[in-house]
Design a protein around this ligand. Structure first.
Ligand SMILES: NC(=O)c1ccc[n+]([C@@H]2O[C@H](COP(=O)([O-])OP(=O)(O)OC[C@H]3O[C@@H](n4cnc5c(N)ncnc54)[C@H](O)[C@@H]3O)[C@@H](O)[C@H]2O)c1
Length: 423
């Protein structure tokens, strides 16, 4: 009979939106229910969650409802518990770096929501600790596992686009202010002092999406704004929205062949959707173009490209959307979070690195910080390459050309990070 191995996972922040829905309900519980995963050597790897949080009543109710045996409000205790193999964190962003650092120092593998930290300094320190202690670390890069982006990446791999010229992304929807209708996102998202803000939240996603589809980001010119200055929280109290609720960015990318690509991404919680999906990316190349959302992807080859003629005197006579062909999945693509969890669990079992780790996450935090700096100083900012140097405490960043610092307001955090990079 094949061997069975159980990985015990302490899951922190499990009462929150992401922790509960995507990680517990859609990933860990289904992995447990399907009897785990079978490794290459025939070993069956199963999982056992231990729920961690502040609110005992909520944890107990979730544990009861889903047949989870263990839960605790003692985060420090669970980090020291030798029976725990993996620590997962989906708590508030501002609390994350401390939890992950403690967990790794206690020898735990870590899997975490993004962003890994509020500053690049902290994010890089996490990558350095991981390298020092040698655990496996994974950071949610969920968008790259979604069917739409899997298809888009396949088109890139197959050379469908020819030379890629540009990428355009449109992300957003209307988030209610909370006064007459409750807001559909937590109020801390709109308070800078609590780690909120569109740029901080989404640029770490866009960094790995851009890297994963086209290539690394070499520069950023961005504008972060707060369109809605007053919102109402979960208790119906009015509060000042101190964080940005929209970010308009232009990014210069470089393909593996060394070609420059211009990417533009609009991110906003103050727009109404006239799109097929809440996020869409269009890639245009010399030989073809494609538009991908979270699930669908459509493409138009050079040989199928119509020749529209600009004539404002006539109404449009053709249906442009009908001129694109659906890109098929050709395989079943499971929930993106679950797929990444399964890959991460295999990496933990094999004792190897996960392909989306803390350094990739640090680049995401870096892009958010430099985006905020660009906005505060109204200029294009180069993105220096990052690397972690083992066991070096104060020169662990390789950054040849970091620019200067000195922003105020929203850019202060960014300025600190650039100083760190330049050190
Ligand atoms: N991958 C994605 O697409 C995605 C989407 C949204 C959010 N996120 C990330 O997931 C994380 C959680 O976001 P969310 O939307 O689920 O938020 P949420 O507010 O719904 O959940 C936050 C969790 O943290 C806990 N928490 C809040 N304040 C705390 C405190 N002071 N001390 C201890 N625990 C506290 C809450 O109880 C809850 O369990 C954030 O870091 C966010 O950036 C990722």
């Amino acid at each position: 009979m094949a061997d069975t191995r159980v990985l015990r996972i302490a899951m922190n922040g499990i009462t929150g939106r992401m922790g509960y829905r995507q990680h517990l309900l859609r990933s860990i519980l289904p992995i447990r229910a399907q009897g785990g995963i079978v490794l290459d050597d025939g070993t069956r790897l199963t999982v056992e969650p231990v729920l961690v949080g502040r609110n005992a009543a909520k944890l107990e109710a979730i544990a009861l409802e889903h047949g989870v045996e263990e839960w605790t409000t003692d985060l420090d205790g669970v980090l020291e518990d030798p029976s725990i193999d993996i620590v997962f964190d989906a708590s508030m962003t501002s609390l994350r770096a401390a939890t992950l650092a403690k967990a790794m120092r206690a020898g735990k593998h870590v899997f975490t929501e993004k962003p890994t930290a509020e500053t690049l300094t902290e994010a890089l320190e996490l990558a350095r600790i991981r390298q020092e202690v040698g655990v496996t670390a994974g950071v949610v890069h969920d968008k790259l596992y979604l069917p739409g982006l899997v298809k888009l990446r396949r088109l890139v791999d197959e050379g469908f686009f020819g030379r890629i010229l540009s990428l355009r992304g449109e992300f957003g929807y209307w988030v209610f202010e909370g006064e007459h209708q409750s807001a559909q996102r937590p109020s801390w998202n709109y308070r800078a002092e609590d780690g909120g803000g569109m740029t901080t939240d989404m640029y770490c996603h866009w960094n790995y999406v851009l890297e994963g589809i086209v290539g690394p980001v070499r520069s950023v010119a961005s504008r972060s704004v707060t369109h809605i200055p007053t919102r109402w929280d979960e208790a119906g109290r009015e509060y000042e929205a101190t964080a940005d609720d929209a970010a308009y960015g232009v990014f210069e990318l470089e393909t593996p062949a060394g070609d420059p690509v211009i990417a533009q991404i609009n991110s906003s919680w103050a727009v109404r959707v006239h799109r097929d999906e809440l996020v869409e990316f269009q890639v245009d190349g010399t030989h073809g173009s494609a538009v991908a959302g979270l699930t669908r992807c459509v493409a138009q080859h050079r040989s199928h490209t119509p020749k529209p003629v600009w004539n404002p005197d006539l109404p449009v006579t053709e249906s442009f959307r009908d001129q694109w062909s659906e890109v098929p999945a050709n395989e079943e693509i499971d929930n993106g979070f679950k797929l990444q969890w399964e890959e991460f669990l295999r990496d933990v079992a094999a004792g190897r690195d996960h392909r989306f780790g803390l350094l990739s996450a640090a680049r995401g935090v870096q892009l958010a910080e430099l985006g905020l700096l660009s906005s505060a100083e109204r200029r294009t900012v180069d993105v220096p390459e990052l690397a972690v140097h083992a066991a070096a405490h104060d020169d662990h960043v390789v950054a040849p050309d970091a620019g200067d610092a000195g922003a105020t307001g929203v850019g202060d955090r960014a300025a600190g990070a650039v100083a760190e990079v330049a050190r």
